[in-house]
Design a protein. Structure first.
Lengths: 221, 313
């Protein structure tokens, strides 16, 4: 009986995934620009800018099926376990690696869970700014997690991933998304150099990500 | 089966036959090149033919389905076009609601009015009512920074992508002098002469184009445009049997539509150049966006609609 229920839940998760991808494509015609990598199933950590809750589904949507099944977003447990619906969508549809953002309450080390997922062969999607960027700056300072991952598993490609236009599609506080074209640009992979310290690597990673951002609409005027 | 349906099928199969011939021609041109080489002109031609297959099949099915399907098809085309256009316009957070209204209220209402045949309303709805309403909605959010640029560019997008585009399906509402239901064929006539005129303009310009009409903006040449308009007029004359225009009238209307469309492409080239983009989007593989493909049709539609009503209405 449990196995039948599990089976049905998995089918429901797959269908929900396809429906979400369809909605994302209908609203934003989201498209991948494979500028620095090929769309092949290599193990990677996609690190992206974060302005909206729709960021992760956008990357997830543009990944071809064979890459999507191998890729797990790293996401906050307090967000994705809040309601039964989110607990279905986060862990089961997107197959998220859920980590606890509250250091005082957590049972397990988030980095251990992340490295475990990498050791199982999964690719990851992470947002190294930690929180959604609500400022006018293009990026918030990166947290250390990206550096620690790159240091612990130096063979994994760290791929800068810029999501364009989402702050106009869904600004904070708005309910209805604006249908504008969203582009997800994948840059050339970077790695932590053997003698590189945390701050210089994080700066290099942020620069690699920013270099993918398109000029603002309306030109320089 | 009504005579109109038979004519639509006849035209659809005629165009599909033409596309088959063009597809074969493209493969012959490819085959004549040495092994492993490609010619950019031939590749452009082949990708264009491929996207025409999709466009022709979609338009044929919609026209066979009747008025509702044609209006739905163009409503979705307007949606995709507006999405491309507004991606590149100036806007701020304060415009979010007015832009959402543009997509989800103004656009459906415009096509509803077209579907109901309320020509008195759909010809003024966006130029007057949306024009006045949307800046109010933006102003209420209290952000004055680049306000005129923001509202002007939004209005331009709505005019082009919704108002102008909706004049293509609006041709259905034209009352034929003989009282028949053949006005839907005017859409076929219009789309064919504009698109084929563009094709002949492109290849005519490549063959013997010398004088550029807008240097620095577009590769269009005077010779290419003349070739395109003449070709459109001849095709229009050949298709005069599906129109109420008569032989000379059909040739003249085709030339007018084709010429307006070419200048429309020129205007769109200027906008793209200004925004630093080559294509509006990547919706149509190898072709760019919907606006790249339909810019001429969009621009020519209101002119064709009004001249048709003025002379034959």
């Amino acid at each position: 009986m449990t196995s039948v229920t599990n089976y049905l839940r998995r089918i429901a998760a797959r269908l929900t995934g396809h429906a979400l991808a369809f909605v994302a494509r209908f609203i934003t015609a989201v498209r991948a620009d494979w500028r620095g990598i090929e769309p092949i199933a290599r193990q990677r950590v996609y690190f992206a800018n974060h302005v909206s809750n729709a960021d992760m589904p956008m990357i997830w949507t543009v990944l071809p099926g064979h890459m999507r099944r191998q890729t797990r977003p790293v996401a906050a447990a307090d967000y994705w376990l809040k309601t039964p619906l989110r607990a279905f969508v986060g862990p089961e549809v997107f197959n998220c690696v859920l980590i606890d953002r509250r250091p005082e309450a957590r049972q397990e080390d988030p980095m251990e869970k992340i490295l475990q997922a990498l050791d199982e062969g999964s690719s990851l999607i992470i947002f190294p700014e930690g929180n959604r960027n609500m400022t006018d700056d293009p990026l918030l300072p990166f947290r250390a997690g990206l550096y620690n991952m790159g240091r612990a598993r130096p063979e994994v490609d760290l791929v800068p991933t810029w999501i364009a236009n989402l702050n106009e599609i869904m600004p904070k506080g708005e309910v209805i998304p604006l249908p504008l074209i969203c582009t997800v640009t994948f840059g050339a992979p970077i790695h932590v150099a053997p003698d590189e310290d945390k701050d210089s690597f994080l700066k290099r990673a942020a620069d690699a990500l920013l270099a993918l951002a398109p000029p603002p609409p309306g030109g320089a005027s | 089966m009504t005579p109109t349906t038979l004519d639509i099928l006849f035209l659809a199969f005629g165009v599909l036959g033409l596309l088959t011939a063009l597809t074969v021609l493209g493969e012959i041109l490819r085959g004549r090149l040495p092994h492993g080489q490609t010619n950019p002109v031939v590749e452009t031609f082949v990708t264009r033919v491929h996207s025409w297959w999709a466009m022709v099949i979609l338009l044929s099915l919609a026209v066979l389905g009747g008025q509702t399907w044609v209006i739905l098809l163009f409503a979705f085309a307007s949606f995709a076009a507006l999405r491309e256009f507004l991606t590149f316009t100036t806007k701020s957070k304060a415009d979010h609601l007015s832009l959402v209204l543009g997509f989800f209220v103004i656009l459906p209402l415009q096509y509803l009015f077209v579907g109901l045949g309320w020509s008195g309303l759909f010809t003024v709805f966006i130029p007057v009512y949306a024009f006045l309403l949307l800046p109010i909605v933006s102003a209420l959010r209290g952000d004055a920074k680049r306000f005129l640029i923001r509202v002007a560019e939004t209005q331009w997008g709505l005019m082009i992508c919704v108002f102008c585009m909706s004049h293509v399906p609006a041709l259905i509402t034209f009352e034929m002098p003989d009282g028949s239901d053949r006005s839907i064929l005017l859409i076929v006539f219009f789309a064919m002469v504009v698109q084929l005129g563009d094709l002949f303009e492109y290849f005519g310009g490549r063959q013997f184009g010398r004088r550029r009409v807008a240097p620095g903006l577009s590769p269009k040449t005077l010779e290419g445009m003349v070739a395109g308009v003449i070709a459109a007029a001849l095709i229009g004359a050949a298709l005069s049997w599906i129109t109420p225009f008569g032989l000379l009238g059909a040739a003249g209307m085709a030339a007018l539509a084709s010429l307006t469309g070419m200048f429309g492409s020129l205007v769109f080239a200027a906008i793209k150049r200004d925004r630093g983009v080559k294509d509006w989007s990547h919706l149509i593989p190898g072709q760019g966006g919907l606006l790249d493909q339909l810019d001429s049709v969009i621009f020519a539609a209101p002119v064709f609609y009004h001249v048709t009503n003025l002379i034959w209405g």
